[in-house]
Design a protein around this ligand. Structure first.
Ligand SMILES: Cc1cc2nc3c(=O)[nH]c(=O)nc-3n(C[C@H](O)[C@H](O)[C@H](O)COP(=O)(O)OP(=O)(O)OC[C@H]3O[C@@H](n4cnc5c(N)ncnc54)[C@H](O)[C@@H]3O)c2cc1C
Ligand code: SF4
Ligand code: SF4
Length: 311
């Protein structure tokens, strides 16, 4: 009997509608027929099928054998052991709550401009600028602010220069599906792409590589994950900040989240998070990068280096 092929109908039942979906948009990026859309209205953040033919829960291409969306999904079936095995040749042990790490360092940008503009010392921006200026990547998928920035609405976008990276620095505590900017990056000629995203999204490149999901798997070169103990949707401004504290959006210059620093990794892993699965809240921030970029021993295969960053 031929092996079962997992397609959109499986993803829809087991992830999209089961509460496991994080809204990372990996399935949309990987879909070769462009039949998936993204609903980010009212804090939903879920993929949906654009074709009417078989209804929302099935796909004509999937019925003919396409499996790309399930291969890209970091929440489909036993994703964590699969990815660990692929990256490190073994699964993590119970005492490796951070995942399998080479080292854990406390770091910040030494460039004062980057340091001052970054959320917590600018390490993420410094890494991106280094990678762009040293021919490691052609572009990075990051998060900008919509319009003049006073609305605090994040918009996925592409950074190709130091100035772009600086313009996108800082954290927005609502969900930003940065992977959705992949198409723009490729249309602009990028072949080596970095992805910045919360931990759930930062697993997408590893899922794509582990399950050999075509060109996107080859193009993602650097993956930087931000620890996320929880995200908010836009309603926080009206429902909490305005009503309870009388704060207008335009009065807020910067926001931060300190759950992890105060309570440690166990609390971070059990806090309410964007998906109902707390599994992705492991480690504060993780980087997957070519060994050359991080000056690590070359015995480790490219794409397998992972570093946890502390504040
Ligand atoms: C929703 C959310 C919740 C977080 N919760 C915690 C927490 O509880 N405890 C903790 O210690 N740290 C938390 N962080 C991580 C922290 O805010 C910083 O992102 C991290 O410490 C890196 O700081 P930096 O100065 O190096 O980043 P910067 O150099 O400022 O770079 C930040 C990068 O993140 C991108 N970005 C900004 N907002 C988003 C977003 N919403 N989605 C995807 N990418 C984005 C930017 O475009 C930029 O590339 C959270 C981050 C987010 C986005
Ligand atoms: S089965 Fe293929 S065509 Fe259908 S949604 Fe998934 S990736 Fe797209
Ligand atoms: S790839 Fe991401 S957005 Fe798509 S179903 Fe899986 S978790 Fe949800």
């Amino acid at each position: 009997m031929p092996p079962e092929k997992f397609q959109w109908s499986h993803l829809y039942d087991e992830v999209v509608t089961s509460g496991l979906c994080t809204g990372c948009s990996g399935c949309i990026v990987a879909c070769p027929h462009d039949v998936l859309g993204y609903n980010d209205e009212n804090g939903v953040y879920r993929p949906f099928h654009l074709e009417d033919e078989l209804g929302p829960a099935d796909c004509t291409h999937g019925q003919k054998g396409c499996t790309m969306c399930t291969r890209a999904c970091p929440r489909f079936r036993a994703w964590e052991p699969e990815l660990d095995e692929h990256n490190f040749g073994r699964v993590r042990q119970p005492d490796e709550a951070y995942g399998i790490v080479k080292d854990i360092v406390l770091a910040r940008a030494t460039d004062k401009v980057i340091h001052d503009i970054g959320q917590d010392g600018g390490l993420v921006s410094a890494l991106l600028i280094y990678a762009l200026e040293h021919d490691v990547i052609d572009a990075a998928l990051v998060s900008y602010l919509e319009g003049d920035g006073t609305g605090w609405q994040p918009v996925p976008g592409v950074a190709r220069t130091r100035q772009d990276v600086l313009d996108s620095a800082g954290s927005r505590y609502t969900y930003s599906a940065n992977a959705l900017a992949y198409k723009d990056a490729v249309e602009g000629g990028a072949e080596r792409i970095a992805l910045v995203g919360m931990s759930c999204m930062a697993s997408v490149p590893a899922a794509l590589k582990t399950r050999r999901a075509g060109k996107p798997a080859r193009r993602f070169t650097l993956s930087i994950g931000l620890l996320c103990s929880k995200t908010f949707d836009d309603a926080i401004f009206e429902d909490l900040l305005q009503l309870k504290y009388g704060l207008q959006r335009s009065d807020i210059k910067r926001s931060t989240s300190r759950a992890y620093s105060r309570f440690g990794p166990t609390m971070a892993a059990t806090s309410k998070c964007h998906s109902k699965s707390a599994m992705h809240s492991r480690g504060r921030a993780a980087i997957h990068a070519p060994t050359s970029l991080l000056n690590m021993p070359t015995s480790q295969p490219a794409g397998s280096v992972r570093i946890a960053i502390g504040r």
